[in-house]
Design a protein around this ligand. Sequence first.
Ligand code: BGO
Length: 267
Amino acid sequence: MSVKIALAGNPNCGKTTLFNALTGSNQFVGNWPGVTVEKKEGKLKGHKDVVIMDLPGIYSLSPYTLEEVVARNYLIGERPDAILNIVDGTNIERNLYLSTQLMELGIPVVMAVNMIDVLEKNGDRIHIQELSKKLGCEVVEISALKGTGIKKAAEKAVGLARQNKAVVPVHEFSKEAELIIKKVEEKLTGIVEEQQKRFFAIKLLERDDKIGSQMERVPDVSTEIQEMENVFDDDTESVITNERYTYISSIIGSCVTKGSKEKLTTS
Ligand code: BGO
């Protein structure tokens, strides 16, 4: 059975380096339909039946840039069998902002923490097992530049893709926010698949005006938007962003240890 793996990550996280290392010269380059955003796909080296789809480098799955819209429409519409989420390990807090959104799509995710050679040089450590437990997904350390760990990361993604199992997102925001998200999720029954509910519920709460084009029917969630704005005394988009950063901070605190070597070299 052939499988499709989407490669997703922030700009500059090493995605092109990883894509080239995984596919070699076996690449096809074109444009995404109707837009001048480059589309690259290739076969995983040694696996004729595994397609790697390189998504544009993005910071979020919001509707504000062409790249983000292209990436999310692909993830929602085409539903790849797995996502290989490459994150820059030297900038993990910022990179996890996208990761939390990818994990809401209900698609299996393998996280590849890149630039591990730089982290080692700086004496920094990312506690992979703890990170994996907190995020509820497999995490692999890699150096796309040196080629370390990339085979393992790709194999884990292929393994998950072949299992073809639906995943329900595990992470949680505050109780108050979760209650309101749940209410919107209930309104999505019969409109989107169970495992996609969280992603769509959050987008509707954020007043995302482009998400409707990906749904058969758009339920009215104005009451829930109002409720969230009353409870948190802020607009819903800011509320969700804050919830994400609070969640990310709680992970980073226990999963990252900064070394002392940086300080020694800069002083
Ligand atoms: C330059 N380790 C290290 N040390 N560097 C890495 C790794 C890694 O694991 N992975 C990628 N890089 P892209 P996007 C560069 O180009 O793949 C480096 O945007 C330079 N160029 O080599 O392009 C990679 O596709 C001059 O660095 O990322 C590249 O996601 C001086 O990270 C950069 C120094 O990788 C971005 C670096 C002329």
